[in-house]
Design a binder for this molecule. Sequence first.
Ligand code: ADP
Ligand code: MG
Length: 361
Amino acid sequence: MITIKHLSKSYIDPDGSVFTVLKDVNCEINPGEVISIIGPSGTGKSTFLRAINLLDPPTGGEIIVDGENILAKGYPLNKLRQKMGMVFQSFNLFEHMSILDNVTFAPMKLRHLTRQQAEEEAMAMLRKVGMAEKANVMPSDLSGGQKQRVAIARCLAMHPEVILFDEPTSALDPTMVGEVLSVLRQLASEGMTMLIVTHEMKFAHDVSTRIFFMNEGIIYEDGTPEQIFDHPVHSATKAFVQRIHKLVFEVDGPDYDILDVHSQMGGFCNKYNIAAKRDAADRITDLMIQSVMSTRYPFTLRLTYSEQYDTTALDFMKEGTDQSPLQQPGCDPQTLDTLRSLCKEIIEEPTKRGFRVKFIL
Ligand code: ADP
Ligand code: MG
């Protein structure tokens, strides 16, 4: 249905430098697919959607829709507008028109329906999203969740083949997120093809046929919800889906400012409500730096917290070795016992570049 090859988008900054938002996006979207696009903010998710429907045309690459290159000169924009609907975070309703007129406007103009036909269809679409009784009110009389449902009805009234949603629930009060997600769920179950940029991870997991994890201007990882959420291949994907926060120190020698390490770890623990882990983190850090790692500079010290799993870990990574620092002679049995007593579990693992000892706190 849609094939995207080597899509790129750059902006020229006022000072003349080039800023590339989309680097090389490739994907194929098949009829009936529900694809959630997730990823950190600023990675080009909105730019990607706006490029696909030519609101903000790309600077390179190809977009093939139903066999036609929509970037080719002379491709009729109206045809694309009918095939592809878009729902925005901020609803974008016509504020000076009634709800009914919002929904009939484009079908009358672009599909050339009579007012009566357009109104019949509009009422059917409004009924579908639970907004029929508001047909004659103005947008300003509606809540955010209701506005977004009208925006979806307005989109459906064009009979699109695919709908692009850009964070459809991000501007909503938390109590209204559910009503919009249930409309999206219903559309998905009816087989509507959808691309949804969202931060609603549970929704994305439950409803999508595929997930695109966007990072640094590319589709960094693409897979089923199980692959992306439960078995991500790339560490950046894992960090994002497990909402991992980290604090990293490159400890380069015995003069390293260890008081600063403790102070930052304290701040980190307070910030993520894991103050109960602070004591263990401090004591393991001191023991490791004073004895086990004291002959192993430089090394990386990292404190991580996964919000999703509510787990805290402290790890020490030494490059260029495949030996665990916890093996003798570097670490005496008594120190090892003390370290064990300070955590739930110790994981010793070789990595691509060296060896990591991880303490689960
Ligand atoms: P996301 O939706 O993933 O948060 P966006 O696609 O909105 O990311 O933006 C990606 C990057 O592109 C951001 O750094 C943003 O500042 C930049 N950007 C977006 N639109 C423009 C523009 N019109 N001119 C210059 N930079 C832009
Ligand atoms: Mg965005």
